[in-house]
Write a protein that binds this ligand. Sequence first.
Ligand SMILES: [Cu+2]
Length: 139
Amino acid sequence: MEKSRTMKFVRRCCALFLLTAAGTTHGDVKLLDSFPKSGAELGETVTDVRLWFDEEADPAHSTIELMNSDARIPVVAIHTMGENDLMGMVRGSTPPGSYRLLWHTTALNSEKISSGEIYFTIVESESESESESESESER
Ligand SMILES: [Cu+2]
């Protein structure tokens, strides 16, 4: 009696496992591309970030963190643009420096958390201070 119950349980688990495995993925979300790109050197501030994945990511279960040295710059309003992507708005200034972007996400209908990091640099642009004071004096 005890034995057959165990067998039933095992069989049910195997069936579930096979069903899951048939769907090619195991809940791992892989990053395909990003803005800024990993290793990029940008000559301008960043107002939004975007991540492209190999499958549909769930914005409700995703976080994006942006760090400039020890300063954390909020990335808010995470949403998808319908391209297996996540987009977030950078709420704060991004002065020249080294940046680390940390992302956590899950595929739609998955519990498994995938994560990764992107490093990029924002360099001083030669025209930045000039154009800034220009546009300020114009208004
Ligand atoms: Cu968007």
